[in-house]
Design a protein around this ligand. Structure first.
Ligand code: VGL
Ligand code: ZN
Length: 206
């Protein structure tokens, strides 16, 4: 697949807390860093996302006495998985991985900063209604196809890719540049959902 001037690489949540040793570590999460650094050289446009929660965020199990991480809880906007405290604004865990090349990135989108709503997608928060502004940015810039890589395949990459399709963009997930949390079948459900939404899946770029 030839990368063109209307294409953008969207690098999702490559942050210390999602890497080994972090608060919500994804297995081999750090392995995406060299892959993304290599792939990003092909792109004329790059954007990054950063999970960015205030302390006491409603998606944290610690905000709900008696609840444990990875349980599911009903929120006003639907079922929400409860997570260990992670990516708290300004902490080392919330920082982007130090070896990720970010020099050529044109945009950094922060998400999950509203205390009451989680945000997996780079486009829309988990209420499926509150926009982050990314769709408007892409449209104004004339960017039509987004390639996705980062963490985690079955949460933020998945929701972002499906939202991209819903909002009228072409979406391609680069598998070698992603790693998954895989909570009770979430990875296979995510691939099925992406296929259903018309998201393309490629092994690698080069
Ligand atoms: C993510 C769970 C909670 C992700 C973020 O980046 O996939 N997952 N917050
Ligand atoms: Zn989060």
């Amino acid at each position: 697949m030839q990368i063109g001037p209307d294409d953008l690489l969207l690098i999702i949540d490559v942050q210390n807390d999602f890497c080994p040793g972090g608060a919500l570590a994804v297995s081999e999460g750090n392995a995406v860093v060299p892959v993304i650094n290599r792939i990003s050289r092909h792109f004329g446009h790059i954007a990054l996302t950063q999970d960015w929660h205030p302390p006491g965020h409603r998606s944290f199990a610690s905000s709900h006495p008696g609840s444990a991480p990875f349980e599911s809880m009903a929120m006003p906007y639907g079922q929400q998985t409860l997570w260990p405290d992670h990516c708290v604004q300004g902490t080392a865990g919330a920082a982007l991985h130090p070896e990720l090349s970010t020099e050529r990135a044109e945009l950094l989108i922060r998400k999950g900063f509203r205390p009451e709503i989680d945000s997996y997608s780079a486009f829309t928060e988990n209420d499926r209604a509150t926009p982050t502004g990314l769709a408007g940015y892409l449209r104004e810039r004339g960017l039509k196809r987004i390639y996705l890589a980062g963490l985690a395949t079955d949460y933020c990459v998945y929701y972002s890719a499906v939202d991209a399709r819903r909002l009228g963009f072409d979406a391609v997930v680069i598998e070698s540049g992603c790693r998954a949390i895989d909570l009770s079948g979430s990875l296979s459900a995510a691939w099925a959902g992406m296929q259903e939404a018309g998201v393309q899946r490629i092994g690698d770029l080069d």
